[in-house]
Write a protein that binds this ligand. Structure first.
Ligand code: OXD
Ligand code: MN
Length: 590
C-alpha cells in the first residue's frame, strides 16, 4: 500500500496540489518508499553513495578525475526516441504534422497501464525544481516524480532543484507535473508523452537523459514552447553566449543548432590566439527562454543550471574549456575506460581504451569504444567561463539570433536575413544531417526548423505565426543570421576550421549589429566579402573562402522550391507572411 510506504519529508512547504498529486501517483505506482528531495549536499552525497553500492555508478580514477563517475545505460537506451515521443492535445491539428499525436484520453490510458504498480520494490523520488534563476519572473517550476536515483542526481546538476523550488511552487500554485519510471527498459514499452494543455509529462521505459530528465527537453522545450505561445514569449533550442570585444563592449548572441552540432562548443568558445583581447562568457549551452523586455529588446534566460553535453570529440584543441571542466565533479554516461580507470572517448586524442561503453573488453570490431552519444553531466558553475549574468533574473539582452545546420553544401558560411520576417523564414528553413543524439540513421538531411523539429510542443504553422508576432512586438529586434560550419569540398573535407575560429564569423555579425561592417547583398541575404572577415592568422586557401561565401542560384532555386513543399505540409496553418517570404526569395533568385 502506498500509504504504508516509508516517507521522508522534513519539509514544511509541501502545498496541497503537490501533496495530492504525489499521493495519487503513489497509489498508482505502489513504491516501497517515498523520498522528498530537498536539494541539500548531504542528500546528493547519500544518493551518490547508494548508486555506487548498487553498482549503477563507478568511481573514476580519483587522482586524474576527482569526484567523477561513470554510468552505463542499457544498450538499447542511449538516445532520445523521437518515434516514441507524443504530444497529446485535444485537437490533433494543434500538435501538427511535426509531432506524433495521441488524444489525451488515449495517452493517459496507455500510460496508466504502464505505470500501474511499476514502483513496487523501488523508491519514489519527488524532485521539485525551478527552470531558470529562482528569483526570475521568467522562470517556471516543475516537480518530477521518478524511481531513478540516477535521474535525481542529474536533475540536481541540471536544474535549481530542492526546497526553494518547492517553496516557489507553494506560492505560485501552478507547476509542471512530470512522471517518470525507468520501467523494465523494454523498447516496446517505452513512451514519452506530453500533455501541454495540462502542463503534464509522462515518460516510461527509458533512463536516457533527453527522455528521463524531464526538466530539459520535455519541460523546458516541449511544454514551455506551448506555454510560451499562450503567454507571449519563446522557448527555444538555443545556446546563449556573451562576447566581449577587445574594446570592452559585450553583446549576447542566441544560437539554434540541431542536437550534436556544436552548441556547447560555441557557448564555451576559446578565441584563437590571433584574436587577442576577446572574452567569451557562457550563459547557456542548449535552451533559451526569450522574452520581449520593457525597452523593446529581446531578453534571454537559460532555464538550465548544468550541461548534458556530447563527450566524443572533446579535447584540448577543440574545446579546452570543456575538456578542463569535465576533469572533476562530472558524471559521465556511456564512455569507455582506460587501464588507469580514466574515461576515454573517440576524439580525445590521448590514452587507450581497454573497456568499451558497454563494459566489455574493447574490441574495434564492436564499433566505437565510447557511444557516439555518450554524455557528460556537470554543473554550469564548473565552467571557467560561466557568465555571472546567467543568474540574473532579468536575463541578458540579445543582439543577434543565429541559426545553423550541418550541411555539406548549399548554405554558405554565414548570411544575414534582410529583416525579422525574412529571418523567420531563414530559421524555418534550417535543414541538417541527423546525428547520434536521436535513435535512427545518422547523416540524413532533414528539415529542422529553428532546430526545434524534435522539441516544438505544437504545430509548426502556429509556431512560425508566433515568431512573426513576437518580432512585431519588438522595437529593437535582434538581427537574424544563418551559419554553416560544416560545408565540405569536392573531396568531402571541411572547408572551414570551425571551433575557436567561428569567432571570426561572430565578430562580423557583431560588427553588422553595430553598423560597423559591410556586406554584399545577395538574393538569399547579406554575406560578408572575404575582406569583411577578420582572417588574421588563419591559414585558409582563397578558393576555400570563395566556396564558403558563394551562393549558387540553381541550388537555391531548388532549396526554395523544397521549402515551399515543406510549408505545404502545414496547410492553412502556415502563415501567409512566410509564404510571401518564400515568393520574394524566389523572385530575387529569378
Ligand atoms: C540534447 C539534444 O541532448 O539536443 O541536448 O539531444
Ligand atoms: Mn539539445
Amino acid at each position: 500500500m502506498a500509504t504504508a510506504a516509508a516517507t521522508t519529508h522534513p519539509l514544511s512547504s509541501i502545498s496541497k496540489p503537490v501533496g495530492d498529486w504525489v499521493r495519487s501517483v503513489a497509489e498508482l505506482t505502489q513504491p516501497d518508499a517515498i523520498h522528498w528531495c530537498d536539494g541539500s549536499d548531504a542528500e546528493y552525497r547519500s544518493l551518490m553513495a547508494e548508486l555506487q553500492t548498487s553498482g549503477e555508478l563507478l568511481k573514476l580514477n580519483p587522482e586524474h578525475f576527482p569526484n567523477c563517475f561513470l554510468a552505463r545505460s542499457h544498450p538499447s537506451d542511449v538516445a532520445r526516441v523521437e518515434h516514441l515521443t507524443f504530444v497529446c492535445t485535444t485537437d490533433r491539428e494543434d500538435a501538427g504534422p511535426n509531432n506524433h499525436w495521441m488524444s489525451p484520453a488515449d495517452g493517459h490510458a496507455k500510460m496508466r497501464d504502464l505505470f500501474k504498480d511499476c514502483m513496487k520494490g523501488r523508491t519514489l523520488y519527488v524532485v521539485p525544481y525551478c527552470m531558470g534563476p529562482i528569483d526570475s519572473p521568467y522562470s517556471r517550476c516543475g516537480v518530477e516524480i521518478t524511481d531513478s536515483a540516477y535521474v535525481v542526481i542529474n536533475m540536481a546538476l541540471m536544474t535549481r532543484m530542492g526546497l526553494p523550488a518547492l517553496e516557489r511552487i507553494g506560492r505560485e500554485g501552478s507547476f509542471v507535473k512530470g512522471l517518470h519510471s525507468t520501467g523494465e527498459l523494454d523498447p516496446n514499452r517505452r513512451f514519452i508523452m506530453h500533455f501541454p494543455e495540462e502542463l503534464a509529462i509522462e515518460s516510461f521505459g527509458s533512463g536516457y537523459g533527453g527522455n528521463a530528465l524531464l526538466g530539459k527537453k520535455c519541460h523546458a522545450l516541449r511544454i514551455a514552447s506551448f506555454q510560451a505561445r499562450n503567454e507571449g514569449w519563446l522557448a527555444e533550442h538555443m545556446l546563449i553566449v556573451g562576447l566581449q570585444s577587445p574594446q570592452g563592449e559585450t553583446h549576447y548572441i542566441a544560437a539554434a543548432f540541431p542536437s550534436a552540432c556544436g552548441k556547447t562548443n560555441l557557448a564555451m568558445l576559446i578565441p584563437p590566439g590571433s584574436m587577442p583581447g576577446w572574452k567569451v562568457f557562457t550563459v547557456g549551452d542548449d535552451i533559451a527562454w526569450l522574452h520581449p523586455g520593457p525597452d523593446g529588446r529581446l531578453y534571454a534566460i537559460n532555464p538550465e543550471a548544468g550541461y548534458f553535453g556530447v563527450v566524443p570529440g572533446t579535447n584540448p584543441k577543440t574545446n579546452r574549456n570543456a575538456y578542463e571542466m569535465i576533469r572533476r565533479d562530472t558524471l559521465f554516461t556511456n564512455v569507455a575506460l582506460t587501464a588507469d580507470n580514466d574515461p576515454w572517448w573517440e576524439g580525445l586524442e590521448s590514452g587507450t581504451p581497454v573497456i568499451d561503453w558497454q563494459g566489455r573488453p574493447y574490441d574495434a570490431k564492436n564499433g566505437p569504444a565510447a557511444h557516439p552519444n555518450s554524455r557528460f553531466t556537470v554543473s554550469a558553475k564548473k565552467n571557467p567561463n560561466y557568465a555571472p549574468e546567467a543568474d540574473s533574473p532579468r536575463g541578458v539582452p540579445i543582439s543577434a539570433i543565429v541559426f545553423g545546420g550541418r550541411r555539406r553544401g548549399v548554405a554558405p558560411l554565414v548570411y544575414e536575413a534582410r529583416d525579422w520576417n525574412h529571418g523567420v523564414l531563414v530559421g524555418a528553413s534550417v535543414a541538417s544531417e541527423t546525428t547520434a543524439a536521436a535513435i535512427g540513421e545518422a547523416g540524413v538531411l532533414r528539415r529542422d526548423p529553428m532546430a526545434m523539429k524534435p522539441f516544438a510542443g505544437y504545430n509548426f504553422g502556429d509556431y512560425w505565426n508566433h515568431w512573426l508576432a513576437i518580432g512585431a512586438k519588438l522595437k529593437h529586434p535582434p538581427r537574424i543570421y544563418h551559419v554553416n560550419w560544416f560545408r565540405r569540398d569536392a573531396n568531402n573535407k571541411f572547408l572551414w576550421p570551425g571551433f575557436g575560429d567561428n569567432l571570426r564569423v561572430l565578430d562580423w555579425i557583431l560588427k553588422r549589429c553595430n553598423g560597423k561592417a559591410e556586406a554584399a547583398e545577395t538574393p538569399i541575404g547579406n554575406l560578408p566579402k572575404a575582406k569583411d572577415l577578420n582572417l588574421a592568422g588563419l591559414d585558409i586557401a582563397p578558393q576555400a573562402l570563395e566556396q564558403l561565401l558563394s551562393v549558387d542560384a540553381t541550388e537555391w532555386r531548388a532549396e526554395a522550391a523544397d521549402m515551399n513543399k515543406y510549408l505545404d505540409e502545414f496547410g492553412a496553418r502556415t502563415p501567409a507572411a512566410l509564404r510571401a517570404e518564400v515568393q520574394a526569395l524566389q523572385k530575387r533568385l529569378g
